[in-house]
Design a protein around this ligand. Structure first.
Ligand SMILES: CC(C)(COP(=O)(O)OP(=O)(O)OC[C@H]1O[C@@H](n2cnc3c(N)ncnc32)[C@H](O)[C@@H]1OP(=O)(O)O)[C@@H](O)C(=O)NCCC(=O)NCCS
Length: 318
């Protein structure tokens, strides 16, 4: 069995906030943000645009794209660091909002690498026959965990959701060729949220040592790219598209150069979405599929690194 990408979809909040608008309330500038990160704007969720609401909209878009009825879904795996509630899992709320009452649903917590972890889990369920049609969703409302008085972090993130519908297909057909996951808790202190429902004595805000994360991202993602290619007996020239996590255009450019890909073969959304954490890879994938850039049969390399540290890759023929 192989996990075929049957459909993709995304959702962005209604409200778009440019760097200039942010600079009205935060001591920053469009020039600083854009030159360091490539970000020009981000979307911020309204109170009604919850993690489950956005995940459901993205899931519906992926189902529409695939031409598959919600009733055919037998599992939902949702990656998020910003669930609406400690439990039930946001995936279960999405299941309910899709009108489903069968199958199983759970959340994955691996910060900005969450979608890659969720894809790996879904791929394993399909390969072992536990499920045949799985919604894999990344949905995030980082605006709720940002410290809006910390200009070194609050300018970097945005809200949104992306989804992929995976379906069981033949082993020699298109689909996920490999996933590789890594974590190293020794680096927990360079990117984290200092609190949650189990630690109410802390503020629950995102904290980041940006330059240290940057260094790890460049080296660990480069190694992850090499690992994915070597595991499949492929070389850089076999890759048609890089769909990277969208944290910083300088990290994205470095990975594109490593793969020898021209910039037009690297999907970039960080300029418009900022860093949407677990939603960034599926949002970027959905955009490039729906605007006709990524075509059936092409080879896509997805990679991400996030708090943990967690990092990994997914290589798929679309
Ligand atoms: C966060 C990041 C953009 C910062 O860029 P940088 O070049 O390392 O900038 P620094 O942190 O060294 O800050 C440089 C200066 O800009 C200032 N600054 C920080 N944020 C600012 C902002 N939003 N606006 C204006 N000035 C700012 C700092 O105070 C510092 O000033 P100082 O030199 O007077 O102390 C960069 O480190 C980065 O992208 N890291 C990786 C982040 C990432 O990928 N995170 C997610 C992983 S999932």
């Amino acid at each position: 069995m192989r996990s075929r990408i049957a459909g993709v979809g995304g959702y962005l909040p209604q409200r778009c906030v440019t760097n200039d608008e942010l600079a009205l309330t935060v001591d920053t500038s469009d020039e600083w943000i854009f030159s360091r990160t490539g970000i020009r704007q981000r979307y911020l969720a309204s109170p009604e645009e919850t993690c489950a609401f956005m995940g459901t909209r993205a899931a519906e878009a992926a189902l529409r794209h695939a031409g598959v009825a919600a009733g055919d879904v037998d599992a939902i795996i949702l990656a998020t660091a910003t669930p609406d509630e400690a439990f039930p899992a946001t995936a279960v709320h999405v299941q309910g909002q899709l009108g489903l009452s069968t199958g199983f649903a759970f959340d994955v917590s691996a910060a900005c690498c969450g979608f890659i972890y969720a894809m790996a889990a879904a791929d394993s369920f399909i390969r072992t026959g536990m499920a045949r049609t799985i919604l894999v969703i990344g949905s995030e409302v980082y605006s709720r965990i940002l410290n809006w008085n910390d200009r070194t972090t609050c300018v970097l993130f945005g809200d949104g959701a992306g989804a992929v519908l995976l379906q069981a297909g033949p082993d020699d057909g298109p689909g996920i060729l490999s996933t590789h996951l890594h974590a190293n808790g020794a680096y927990a202190g360079i990117l984290y949220v200092d609190g949650a429902v189990g630690r109410k004595d802390r503020s629950g805000h995102l904290v980041m040592k940006g330059s240290e994360v940057f260094r790890h991202a460049v080296t660990k993602l480069a190694a992850a790219v090499d690992e994915a290619l070597a595991a499949n007996g492929l070389t850089q020239s076999d890759v048609d598209w890089l769909v990277p996590h969208q944290a910083n255009s300088r990290i994205i450019d470095a990975m594109g150069r490593k793969l020898g890909l021209p910039p037009e073969r690297v999907v970039v959304t960080v300029d418009r979405h900022a860093n949407t954490s677990a939603a960034s890879v599926p949002l970027a994938l959905a955009e490039a599929v729906h605007d006709g850039r990524i075509k059936r049969g092409e080879l896509i390399l997805m990679e991400a690194l996030g708090g943990g540290l967690t990092w990994g890759s997914a290589l798929a023929r679309f």
